[in-house]
Ligand binder design. Structure first.
Ligand code: ADP
Ligand code: MG
Length: 702
C-alpha cells in the first residue's frame, strides 16, 4: 500500500485550482510521466522541470534598455491612448516614463477596462518584458508582468521556463506547479547522510523548491546540486527496483536447458567457417546460463558484422535439443526474411524445423504456422512484431532472441516472454552501447561481447566527398561496376513533413538508371514487403549491382560481396547510424570503401562526426564519441531529449551517479532485503514517488 503521506501528490491535476479537464489534457502533454495507464497527477508536475529561465534582473531604465532585451522597469503611468473607434488594427497604447525617458506599453485587441484598472494614470508600476525600438521610440508589446510598485515583490525576477505545448499558457502551468509544490508533504530522508554531505545534496523538498523557484540561472542547470539530487533519487529508485525485480526473477523460475548435443554438432559441421574465439566465448557464457535453473537475461553486444546471428542460432538449437521451442524477433521484415534465408538451410541440415512469421503470412499459410507453433512441430520461428499477436501460441517457448533490441521496448520484451514459461532471453544489439547505458536502458543484464571480427576481414576505407564531385564519383562507380563490384547507395529517408527537400531515393534511382541502366535496383520503406524482398534478392544474387536504398538496410542486412557504400547527405545522419550503414560493407574478404557524400558547408558537429568515422572503425569508440557529440537519447534511436526511461536524470551529466546508485542499491538490499529498516521504509516512499512501486509489490509477494 502506498504510504498515506503521499496522498496529496496522487490526486488528479484537475483537483488543482485553475486546472479543468481541458488544461489537464494539455498538462498531460508536458509532464514527463508515462500516462498510458493513468491520468496526470499533481505529483507529476513536480518533476516537470524548467528547461531554462527568463532573467528579469536587468533593470537599466527605459532609455538604456537594449533592443530585444528582457528588462524590468519602474515606471509612472502618464496617459492612455485607445485606438480610434472601429479600428481594431491600431493598438492601445499606454505611455509611461522613468528618469531616463518615455515609452509606450502596447496592447493589441486590448480590453480597455482591464487596462484602466491595471495601469491607472499617475500610478507607479513595475513592468517586465521584451524591449522593442521602432524609429527611435522604445516600446514594450504586451508586457509579461505588470504590478503596482508596492505589490511588486512577488514578481519573479528569475522565471523558470517550462516545456510548453500549444494552448497551454506558461502562467497556468506555473501556477499549477506552484500548487503541487505547496502540497508536498514532509517526507523522511531516504538518502544516506554521508553521501548527501559528500555530494552537497539538498533535501528532496529543497531541491524541488530551488529548481522551481530559481534565484539564479545555475539553479535550473542539470549540473546544479539540486538537479543532481533529484537525478540521484530517480536513478536510485530505478536501481533498487531493478535489483528487486531481478532477485524475484531469479527466485521464481527454474528450468535448465540442456540437450544431447547432436543437433548442435550437426550445425557446427555444416557451418562454412570456424567460429571466432569471441563467438565461442559468448556461447560458453550462454550455455552456462541456459544450463542453470535460473532464468537467463543476457545481452549479446557485437559490432556490425561480428557474427551474432550464428551465436543465436546455436543457442536456439540448444533450447530445441532440450525439448523446447525458440523464437527470434527482428525489427524489420527484411531482416526477418534474411535471417530465415540464412538460418533456414543451416538449421534444416541439422534437423530443425524453422518457420518465418511476419505481417505478410496470411490465410492458410499463417494458420499452418500458428498450428505448427502450437503443436510443437515448428522448432524455431523467426519473425517481426507479428510474433506478439494474441493468436501466436507456443507449445513450449523456452528461448527468445530479440535482434537489434533498441527498436523494441521493454514492453514488447515482456510480451514475448509471456508466451512461454519464463523463457530464457537473449537480446542482441549491434549498437555498441557503453556500459553505463546498458544498465539504464536494458536493466541489470548479463553481457557477452563479441570483440573481434571473423578472420580475413579487411578494414573499410572511409572517404568524405563534397557533393560537387558527384560526377567524379559516378565515374568511379562505373569503374567498380566494370570490375564486378556491388554498391549500396543510401539516401536519407524523406518524410512527408520534411521541409528540406533532399534527393529522394526514387530520384537518385532514376538518375543512376540513366547512367547504368537496369543494373540499378531500389528499395525503400514505402514499398510492399514482397517488392522489398524482390529488390534485396536481386541485389544479393547479382541481378542488380547498385542498390539505391533508404535506411531500411541500416540494421543487419547481409550481402557479403557488396564492397562500396555511398551515403548521400551523410551530414544528416547520426554517428551511430553511419557506423551501422557502413557496416553493410566489409563483410567479405575483399577490400571495401565507404563514401560519405555531403552538401557543404558542414556544421561543426557534422564535421566532427564525419572525421570520427574516417578515423575509426571501432564501434565502441564511435559510440563514446557519439555520446559526447549528441547526448545518449539519440544513440538509442529515440527522439526524446532526455535519457530513455528517465524523467530527470540525464546521463551526459549524471553518469557518475549511476555507479554510485548501483552499489548503494546493492548494499541497501543486502542489509535490508525486505526494506523494513528506517531507511528501507523511506526508500519505499521514494519508489512510489518515481512510479517504481511494482517492485514494492514484489516484496509483498515474497
Ligand atoms: P551481425 O553481428 O552484424 O549480425 P552477422 O551475424 O550478420 O553479423 O554476420 C556477418 C557475416 O559474417 C555473415 O555473412 C556471417 O555468415 C559471417 N560470419 C559469421 N561468423 C563468422 C565466422 N566465424 N567466420 C567467418 N564468417 C562469419
Ligand atoms: Mg545482425
Amino acid at each position: 500500500m502506498r504510504p498515506s503521506l503521499l496522498d496529496p501528490l496522487f490526486v488528479p491535476v484537475t483537483s488543482l485550482d485553475g486546472v479543468g479537464p481541458k488544461v489537464a489534457t494539455l498538462i498531460e502533454k508536458v509532464v514527463p510521466a508515462d500516462l498510458t495507464a493513468r491520468e496526470a497527477r499533481a505529483g507529476d508536475l513536480l518533476f516537470t522541470l524548467p528547461s531554462s529561465i527568463i532573467d528579469r534582473r536587468n533593470r537599466p531604465g527605459i532609455a538604456l534598455s537594449a533592443e530585444g532585451a528582457i528588462v524590468t522597469l519602474d515606471v509612472r503611468v502618464d496617459r492612455h491612448q485607445p485606438p480610434p473607434r472601429g479600428n481594431r488594427s491600431v493598438p492601445y497604447r499606454v505611455f509611461v516614463h522613468d528618469d531616463t525617458g518615455e515609452m509606450a506599453l502596447t496592447f493589441f485587441h486590448a480590453n480597455a477596462t482591464w487596462l484602466e484598472r491595471t495601469l491607472p494614470i499617475g500610478e507607479h508600476v513595475v513592468v517586465s518584458g521584451r524591449m522593442e525600438w521602432f524609429n527611435g521610440r522604445p516600446s514594450m508589446v504586451h508586457p509579461d508582468h505588470i504590478a503596482f510598485a508596492d505589490k511588486a515583490e512577488g514578481l519573479p525576477l528569475v522565471e523558470p521556463v517550462y516545456p510548453l505545448t500549444a494552448g497551454l499558457h506558461a502562467k497556468v502551468l506555473r501556477r499549477a506547479i506552484g500548487q503541487a509544490l505547496a502540497r508536498l508533504p514532509g517526507l523522511p530522508e531516504w538518502q544516506d547522510a554521508e553521501l548527501m554531505r559528500r555530494q552537497t545534496f539538498p533535501s528532496f523538498a529543497d531541491a524541488l523548491r530551488r529548481i522551481h523557484n530559481p534565484a539564479d540561472p545555475i539553479d535550473v542547470s542539470p549540473e546544479s546540486a539540486a538537479w543532481r539530487r533529484l537525478a540521484y533519487d530517480e536513478i536510485l529508485a530505478g536501481q533498487v527496483s531493478l535489483a528487486l525485480v531481478r532477485a524475484n526473477v531469479r527466485k521464481h523460475v527454474g528450468r535448465a536447458l540442456q540437450g544431447d548435443g547432436v543437433r548442435i554438432k550437426a550445425l557446427r559441421d555444416t557451418l562454412p567457417y570456424r567460429l571466432t574465439s569471441s563467438q565461442e566465448q559468448a556461447l560458453t557464457e550462454i550455455d552456462a546460463d541456459m544450463a542453470k535453473p535460473d532464468r537467463m537475461l543476457r545481452l549479446l553486444q557485437g559490432d556490425v558484422g561480428s557474427g551474432k546471428t550464428v551465436v543465436a542460432l546455436l543457442a536456439m538449437a540448444r533450447a530445441v535439443e532440450a525439448g523446447g521451442q525458440a523464437a527470434l524477433m527482428a525489427p524489420t521484415e527484411i531482416l526477418a526474411r534474411q535471417h530465415f534465408s540464412t538460418i533456414g538451410p543451416l538449421a534444416q541440415k541439422a534437423g530443425l524445423n524453422v518457420a518465418v512469421l511476419t505481417g505478410r503470412e496470411k490465410g492458410r499459410e499463417r494458420t499452418g504456422i500458428l498450428d505448427g507453433l502450437e503443436n510443437g512441430s515448428i522448432d524455431i520461428v523467426i519473425g517481426t512484431h507479428a510474433l506478439f499477436q494474441e493468436a501466436v501460441r507456443f507449445r513450449d517457448l523456452a528461448f527468445a532472441v530479440v535482434d537489434e533490441q533498441h527498436r523494441f521496448g521493454v514492453h514488447q520484451r515482456l510480451a514475448i516472454t509471456a508466451k512461454g514459461e519464463a523463457p530464457d532471453m537473449l537480446v542482441m544489439t549491434a549498437t555498441p552501447i557503453p556500459r553505463t547505458l546498458v544498465l539504464t536502458a536494458f536493466g541489470d543484464m548479463d553481457v557477452s561481447r563479441l570483440t573481434e571480427k571473423p578472420a580475413g576481414r579487411q578494414p573499410i576505407r572511409t572517404v568524405t566527398l563534397p557533393f560537387e564531385r558527384y560526377d567524379e564519383l559516378v565515374g568511379r562507380i562505373s569503374d567498380a561496376l566494370a570490375e564486378g563490384q556491388k554498391i549500396y547507395w543510401i539516401c536519407p529517408l524523406v518524410e512527408e513533413s520534411e521541409e528540406v527537400k533532399l534527393t529522394s531515393a526514387e530520384e537518385r534511382h532514376a538518375a543512376l538508371r540513366q547512367e547504368f541502366g537496369l543494373r540499378v535496383g531500389l528499395v525503400h520503406g514505402r514499398m510492399s514487403g514482397r517488392d522489398k524482398d524482390e529488390a534485396m534478392r536481386a541485389f544479393k544474387e547479382g541481378k542488380t549491382r547498385v542498390l539505391v536504398a533508404t535506411t531500411v538496410v541500416e540494421v543487419g542486412v547481409d550481402v557479403p560481396d557488396a564492397t562500396i557504400i555511398v551515403i548521400e547527405h551523410a551530414e544528416r545522419f547520426g554517428l551511430a547510424q553511419l557506423h551501422q550503414l557502413r557496416g553493410r560493407v566489409g563483410r567479405g574478404s575483399k577490400a571495401s570503401t565507404c563514401v560519405l557524400l555531403y552538401k557543404p558547408p558542414l556544421g561543426e558537429t557534422a564535421t566532427a562526426r564525419l572525421s570520427v568515422l574516417r578515423e575509426s572503425e571501432d564501434g565502441f569508440r564511435i559510440a563514446e564519441e557519439d555520446l559526447k557529440l549528441r547526448g545518449e537519447g539519440e544513440l538509442l534511436g529515440t527522439r526524446q531529449s532526455g535519457t530513455p526511461g528517465f524523467q530527470i536524470a540525464r546521463l551526459e551529466f549524471h553518469a557518475d551517479l549511476l555507479e554510485i546508485a548501483r552499489s548503494d542499491a546493492r548494499l541497501l538490499l543486502t542489509r535490508d532485503p525486505a526494506l523494513e529498516s528506517e531507511r528501507g521504509e523511506a526508500i519505499r516512499v521514494l519508489l512510489y514517488l518515481f512510479g517504481r512501486d511494482e517492485a514494492v509489490r514484489l516484496l509483498r509477494a515474497g
